[in-house]
Ligand binder design. Structure first.
Ligand code: G6P
Length: 612
């Protein structure tokens, strides 16, 4: 949610910042802006995507080696040119980019207005840059000190980078609850919301911690201090990421690439964690905290969006296999509803980005109540990964399409391994059943590859339903969360209203919506409720609904009832979601493309939601 990038060093700043903003565009694309110093500081900003900014900034200085950039997901103020970042201080000396929300901005603004400050935008960010200016003027402080003192008066979340016209060659960054990564090159520094704009220049990065301020200079200095004025030693990480992971690799969209990567990303998630002879599963985080997790009173899974759907599958897996009671919570609800959480509880957070503000806030609350926090995260070094007591990365690689695909199957793969590992440790399944399930789990990547071969058939079905205004997704048991996920994918990227429902609940409401215009996508692979789901399909057909059924290969009964069928390979029931979600991802993708939608950057959404 908002991306920031900054550079100081020997290279030309403008092209590097533009490229960085394009990498960060998945975080928001309401407006974009850049400030580069060349004598004075020149600001270019424009409503819309980075490509619009480029068109309007043709006269940018070519000799600048320092600058900051921003791509915005609007919170305070409309997405227009004026509210776009960077923002300048009243005296024109300071320029700042910000990701997050300053909660006490209205109070600060009133106080600053009394001091004579005038504001031109509606943003909380402009208040912040005026506040820093005020502190700097009043006490005649160097930039980093003015930032530090100003931030002691700020309530809220921020990652910021500031430039000072009168201190050329210096960038000051700071973070609280919004990410900031510093890249360390040869006599050059980068700052960004994540490592993607940095990776092609250096793999050496420092993840700034909450309430820390970093100062970098053209002379090669880096200094990190806390807001409480304590000096910190920078801890340098080596990034395990290649530039190819950030490119489309011949696909039209990142989402399509990410759908097709799933056989390998699921295999990567399992690599080194599963053994077949004899069967064993080893997840570092679980092994180190076996007692605490296996003896937990209950497990609470907290997440948002697609990660919440993965968590719901986790509930089915953990209760079915490991017999541990599980509650699944929307992180935003868990945080604000005074829940009962004790030291005997384990809270599992699921997050692709590891930066979702609602999830972070829920975890902090659960931590304060003494619960153990376990993270299932994709982005290495992210805020959630760093604040948990233990965890497992899903190793899906950077996911850039806003609609999550490979992260979802990574999370479900991880949850499947975790449920099996806990089941074995708690003795809730026999060794022979454990062996059977582990063998089957190891086959999932090749079965996903098989589902991907049905793309042409799925594309054809997409063509048949692309003009619908509504769609209903039905599933039972393990496939109910998949129905929710299928519906979310469709509405996110093609703007068709879609609802996911437990198939049997249809008769308690949604059945009233069914007519010839309404495609009903039924995930009908379940072994345990096969006849029941066949009856649900009959109920749809009796009302002239169009049925698209996802069935198990070789199915003869439901295939005859449905208008269209998509086959997936047979598997053990707990692992069905890993296969049944794939055709739903592809269906949404092709419908969105046929409707002319921007698949990777759907309207109003952002990939990393760092505001509550
Ligand atoms: C946003 C994204 C979704 C994602 C959700 C949770 O809404 O558009 O794709 O599922 O945030 O994100 P997280 O990074 O915590 O999984």
């Amino acid at each position: 949610m908002c991306g920031i990038v900054a550079y100081v060093g020997p290279r030309q700043a403008y092209p590097l910042l533009i490229k960085g903003l394009k990498r960060l565009e998945y975080r928001g694309y309401d407006s974009a802006g850049i400030a580069v110093a060349s004598g004075d500081i020149k600001v270019f900003k424009k409503k819309g995507k980075v490509s619009e900014l480029e068109k309007s900034a043709l006269n940018h200085p070519k000799d600048s080696n320092i600058g900051i950039g921003h791509t915005r997901w609007a919170t305070h103020g409309a997405p227009d040119d004026i509210n776009a970042h960077p923002h300048k201080s009243g005296n024109g000396r300071l320029t700042l980019v910000h990701n997050g929300i300053i909660e006490n901005y209205a109070l600060l603004r009133t106080a600053l207005e009394k001091e004579g400050h005038e504001f031109i935008s509606e943003t909380d960010t402009e208040v912040l840059v005026h506040l820093i200016e005020e502190v700097q003027k009043r006490d005649n402080l160097p930039l980093e000190e003015a930032v530090r003192v100003a931030l002691t008066r700020v309530i809220g979340a921020y990652a910021i980078v500031v430039m000072d016209r009168d201190e050329p060659g210096k960038l000051v960054g700071a973070r609280k609850a919004s990410p900031l990564v510093i890249g360390i090159g040869e006599n050059e520094y980068f700052m960004a919301s994540d490592a993607t704009p940095i990776i092609e220049y250096t793999k050496r990065v420092v993840y700034l911690n909450d309430e820390e301020i970093v100062t970098v200079t053209r002379d090669g200095d880096i200094q990190i201090k806390t807001i409480g004025d304590e000096l910190q030693t920078p801890f340098i990480h080596e990034l395990d990421m290649e530039i190819e992971m950030l490119e489309k690799g011949g696909y039209d969209y990142f989402m399509l690439k990410e759908i097709h990567e799933q056989p390998s990303t699921i295999a990567d998630c399992m690599r080194g964690r599963i053994n077949l002879e004899p069967a064993s599963i080893r997840l570092g985080g679980v092994e180190e905290h076996t007692n605490r997790i296996t003896r937990a009173n209950r497990i609470i899974m907290a997440a948002c969006g697609t990660s919440w759907h993965a968590a719901l599958i986790g509930e089915y897996l953990f209760e079915d296999l490991a017999r541990i009671p599980v509650e699944v919570e929307y992180a935003s609800e868990l945080r604000y509803r005074n829940p009962i959480i004790t030291e005997e509880d384990v809270v599992i957070a699921l997050s692709q980005s590891g930066e979702t503000a609602d999830t972070l806030a829920a975890l902090e609350m659960a931590k304060s109540k003494g619960a153990m926090i376990y993270g299932i995260v994709n982005m290495v070094g992210s805020s959630i990964a760093r604040m948990t007591d233990a965890g497992s990365y899903i190793h899906a690689g950077p996911e850039i399409g806003v609609a999550s695909t490979k992260a979802f199957t990574g999370q479900v793969s991880l949850l499947s391994m975790m449920a099996l590992s806990l089941a074995q440790k708690r003795g809730t399944i026999s060794q022979s059943r454990f062996q059977q399930l582990v063998n089957e789990l190891a086959l999932i990547p090749e079965k996903v590859a098989k589902v991907l071969e049905y793309e042409e058939q799925i594309k054809y079905i997409a063509g048949e339903i692309k003009d619908s205004h509504n769609a209903l997704y039905l599933g039972r048991g393990y496939n109910f969360p998949v129905a929710l996920e299928g519906a979310l994918k469709l509405k996110e990227i093609s703007y068709i209203h879609a609802e996911g429902y437990p198939a049997a609940e249809m008769k308690h409401g949604p059945i009233a919506l069914i007519d010839e215009q309404m495609p009903v996508i039924v995930i009908a692979t379940n072994k345990s409720a096969y006849e029941k789901i066949a009856s649900n399909i009959q109920e749809v057909k009796a009302r002239k609904g169009m049925v698209i059924a996802v069935v198990t290969e070789g199915d003869t009964i439901i295939s005859k009832l449905a208008d269209y069928t998509i086959e997936i390979p047979d598997t053990e029931e707990p692992f069905t979601p890993l296969l049944s979600v794939i055709p739903l991802q592809m269906l949404s993708y092709h419908i969105a493309v046929m409707r002319g939608c921007d698949v990777d950057q759907p309207r109003n959404l952002a990939k990393s939601v760092t505001v509550e």
